[in-house]
Design a protein around this ligand. Sequence first.
Ligand code: DQA
Length: 146
Amino acid sequence: MTRVLVLNGPNLGRLGSREPDVYGSLDLDALQARLEGEAPEQVEIDLRQTDDESELVGWLHGAVDASTPVILNPAAFTHYSYALRDAAALVTKAGLPLVEVHISNPHARETFRHTSVISGVATGVIAGFGFDSYSLALTQVIRSLG
Ligand code: DQA
């Protein structure tokens, strides 16, 4: 069994009711069900959400220790968290895929969202496709697993 971590940052626990015009009307349970339906049988989806930067950093350390590939929606931390960037760099420097995803297209939004401090250390970035961003990331992670 291969585990794929799907990590979600602050305010993404509010998906479903949070700005549905931007993020859609589905919640994280729906995302989990969707990804589980799409993953091959031998791939386990471990989807988590936190509003806490240090918890997210700890989960990335755990990914390194357990050699787990990561799909990461850093949410607002995308734009300013150097601690998260350094933790994400540990994952990719360990040779593990880390795909940065966004539901919306941050580049089509406010200027402060145009900067990602994570992208420079991510394996790749997928943004703007709603929950499809996660599905595309999962396809890519599975491909990289061989
Ligand atoms: C987001 C985009 C971020 O700018 C924002 O802070 C989020 C969600 C997205 O998935 O589109 O919380 O990461």
